[in-house]
Ligand binder design. Sequence first.
Ligand code: ASP
Ligand code: MG
Length: 406
Amino acid sequence: MALIVQKYGGTSVGTVEKIKNVAKRVARTKEKGNDVVVVVSAMSGETNRLLGLAHQISEMPNERELDVVAATGEQVTIGLLAIALTEMGCKAKSFCGFQIPVLTDAAYVKARIRQIRGETITQALKEGYVAVVAGFQGIDDSGSITTLGRGGSDTSAVAVAAALKADVCEIYTDVDGVYTTDPNICSDARKLDKISFEEMLELASLGAKVLQIRSVEFGMKYGVRIHVRSSFNDNQGTIVTTEEEIMETAVVSGVAYSKSEAKITVVKVPDRPGIAAKIFKPLSEANIVVDVIVQNVSVTGFTDLTFTIGRTDFKKAMQITEKAAKDVGAERIVGDDKIAKVSVVGMAMRSHSGVALKLFETLAAEGINILGISTSEIKVSVLIEEKYTELAVRVLHGAFGLGNPA
Ligand code: ASP
Ligand code: MG
């Protein structure tokens, strides 16, 4: 007998029919003698609909109130799932975030979990109930409802699993697991049996959308075994776990991409100490996250400084940088919001040389120009023109031998 946390995403609870199917799976797990905690998202499209209502009233709705509205999507699904389970003769009880409670900071719309008290759930399990918990929701010190950011139910589930020291956190979704790359781009993309937390973290941050980044951070910090699998079949999915548990030694495990990038170049910046700080400080103060930064050596006392930001921050970042560039005496700025980032990720890169070289050669052979490069211990990312994204992903996936053997 194990303690199992199961999380079902919006597509798995998108209709009443689907909720009944989820209930069957939950009941089956319970009948096998396990303790089961279920964490659910809102029905697919529902969170967008709710946020849309608020935005029909105000361009910039008050974020505390926005969370009050957005959190209701999950309250509906926990109630419906508990009803479906009860109907099937399986004892079930629903819990909103505040009832557990899931304590968070007060950063509405993107709150971070501080602590989860396990007693309420443990008590329900002891009484023989399946505990059905609302994902995405929390409560801050002042008693206000908070939400954890889009896709936050993943994080709720892993955090609940950590708090209860569950044996596994199963994340049920509409795909079979974590793939070597986006199967919509590479038809021979392969499902990975296992992947390390570190690799998953890189893939999630680099554009793979299976798990919210924070959930992987939680899993890594508390050693929660995460099983990403489909709610539409019984196939074994992908286990996200510690490096030690993974025997496979492919140098590259996956290719990720993100099209939501933009870049700004500050041209002819006087090359003096303190310049970079002056340019990046106002961006940081405006909460704009800067990703790749490239600066050249200066021969003439001037340098060009290029950096990337999220595409949604592009306009704001251009305005801010325009002013900062003037202040430091740079010549001008140039922006481009049609760029993409393509990355290869793999633990074994730490001990293998030549990954970056192979990536550069592969792209060169296709005539794809590299606009910027960034690396970490276990990844190499390049910036390219957005229109080459699919081609780049395809050739890299092939070059690193990631496809299914035909
Ligand atoms: N319902 C929320 C969203 O759509 C949370 C989640 O689905 O994980 O972002
Ligand atoms: Mg999701």
